[in-house]
Design a protein around this ligand. Structure first.
Ligand code: CTP
Length: 486
């Protein structure tokens, strides 16, 4: 059925053969074209050319079908999609085409896609973890068993924390492992453990590609729902060898990946409600003076914005900040800790509570109704009293407690240790801890280096913008909600 795509369906999209733009096809047609291309072992572009040549009555002899070698090939048109917030796990197999995967990383990053790399043992014969790490800006994973336990991500999490797994180059060996369910190294274990979509870009010698075993494996993978891009025809690395087996060009692979990602960009938190506190509180001393802190509210506001972007119904309760209200968010402005607590209580119940506000720990016991007058040599004594702990109050609620309660820990020393203690003391499910020492520039700055403390341990995230921290947190929240029953 997938083969019944024909020129009548394709031709309306193309004015001349040279201007085929696969992305202009509608999704259903694209899907059928992709399957047909995979079955014939061609790239989607080549498949479309073949269909058009057939329509024009041309013979599609191997020579005629031979696409121009790479330099003459018409590149897919530049892709404008930016898929911010999307993540690709790139598994790089061991083939000469591995060098192209470095370009792939760069180009995906340019389009706003976060790329995490796994290199097979064979891939490391061709490229280094250093180059993949430098281009992706993330740690590169190679081993199934990692002694570096505190920061070990583990193959299950690698398999899960991505929107798409891309295998490029997908060698004959990797395809065979995928088809049979082998899991004897990190790459194959991830591929067996994942429920995420998998896109492969096969690359191998033409004889290996046409071998009955590879054909069987390909058929199994297609049946399993794996998406295939390429391979293309052309010269092989071995002198005098040519045929079908060259890995699709990075732009073709990106086109396939982004097409998939944009078609499946369902809202992660659709139908969920979230409450976020943000900014400082301001505790009056008298009508003109107050106690406050340096919090800018940037991180809390970014979380509210990212959650709204992900489809959640978001209430933001914020202290005085110099930031615009995030779009699509119900923003309630307060001044004091007590007002913040009251607004939070009114906003419950919610699925998730994120308490990012830097709430003043104390307030002046009796704020003056009138401006305090200066009396020479007699500075006033301010009697302070403790403010309610909003996070702890909500986390300890018997009724109306959010399913997931997330606190923040602004620390200046022994970050993980203090944050773990806060997790227990406040009764929250997670704590996002960061170093707010003045030298880090976190207070008021645009970037943040955080550690996520859960009951399972400590995860240290790389330095990134507050917006990216927010997006990563939203993804983790969506995963946690999905794990605990939607
Ligand atoms: N928090 C709160 N209400 C308070 C104080 C803090 O809701 N009165 C929340 C913050 O929003 C944050 C977490 O508690 O999510 C930790 O805040 P932090 O200021 O780091 O901790 P404190 O409890 O104030 O502890 P300390 O100042 O001793 O570090």
């Amino acid at each position: 059925m997938a083969d019944c795509i024909d020129c009548n369906a394709i031709i309306p999209y193309c004015t001349v053969m040279g201007s085929i733009t696969i992305r202009q096809l509608d999704d259903a047609l694209k899907h059928r074209l992709r399957l047909r291309a995979a079955r014939h072992g061609r790239s989607m572009e080549d498949e479309a050319r073949t269909i058009l040549r057939n329509a024009a009555g041309e013979e599609t002899t191997p020579a005629a079908r031979q696409p121009a070698a790479a330099p003459e090939r018409q590149s897919p048109r530049p892709i404008e999609i930016t898929d911010h917030g999307k993540r690709v796990l790139l598994i790089i197999g061991g083939g000469i085409a591995a060098y192209k995967s470095l370009d792939l990383i760069r180009r995906l990053k340019q389009r706003g896609v976060a790329v995490r790399c796994v290199l097979t043992g064979a891939a490391r014969q061709f490229i280094t973890t250093l180059s993949a790490g430098a281009l992706s800006g993330e740690r590169v994973f190679t081993d199934l068993f990692d002694a570096d336990t505190e920061f070990d991500v583990g193959h299950i999490r690698l398999a899960r924390e991505t929107d798409l797994i891309l295998v490029a180059p997908a060698t004959a060996d990797l395809m065979a492992k995928m088809a049979t369910g082998a899991a004897d190294d990190l790459a194959s274990a991830i591929l067996l453990a994942t429920e995420r979509p998998v896109l492969i870009a096969p690359a191998m010698n033409p004889r290996m590609w046409s071998h009955a075993a590879t054909r069987r494996n390909l058929a199994t993978l297609l049946e399993d729902g794996v998406i295939v891009v390429g391979p293309n025809e052309g010269e092989m690395a071995e002198p005098g060898e040519a045929g079908l087996g060259r890995m699709a060009e990075p732009l073709e692979i990106i086109e396939a990946a982004l097409t998939f990602l944009s078609a499946h960009s369902g809202k992660l938190l659709a139908g969920k409600s979230m409450l976020v506190t943000s900014g400082p509180t301001r505790e009056p001393i008298d009508p003109v003076r107050y106690i406050a802190n340096r919090s800018s509210g940037k991180q809390g506001h970014a979380i509210a914005a990212a959650a709204a972007e992900a489809g959640a119904e978001v209430t933001l309760v914020c202290g005085p900040v110099a930031l615009p209200d995030p779009p699509g968010v119900n923003t309630i402005k307060v001044e004091t800790a007590e007002e913040m607590l009251a607004a939070v209580n009114r906003s419950l119940p919610v699925d998730v509570g994120v308490f990012a506000a830097a709430v003043a720990d104390w307030r002046v016991e009796r704020a003056g109704a009138n401006k305090m007058k200066k009396q020479a040599g007699r500075p006033p004594r301010l009697a302070l009293t403790e403010n309610p702990d909003i996070l702890a109050t909500v986390a300890h609620r018997m009724r109306g407690r959010p399913r997931l309660v997330i606190g923040f820990a602004a620390e200046t020393e022994r970050i993980a240790e203090h944050a773990k203690a806060k997790l227990a003391r406040k009764g929250s499910d997670w704590i996002v801890a960061n170093d707010v020492s003045q030298s880090t520039g976190v207070m008021g700055g645009d970037s943040n280096t955080v550690h996520l403390i859960t009951r399972d341990g400590v995860e240290s995230w790389p330095p990134q913008s507050k917006r990216d921290v927010a997006r990563a947190l939203v993804r983790r929240i969506a995963e946690a909600l999905a794990e605990t029953g939607g």
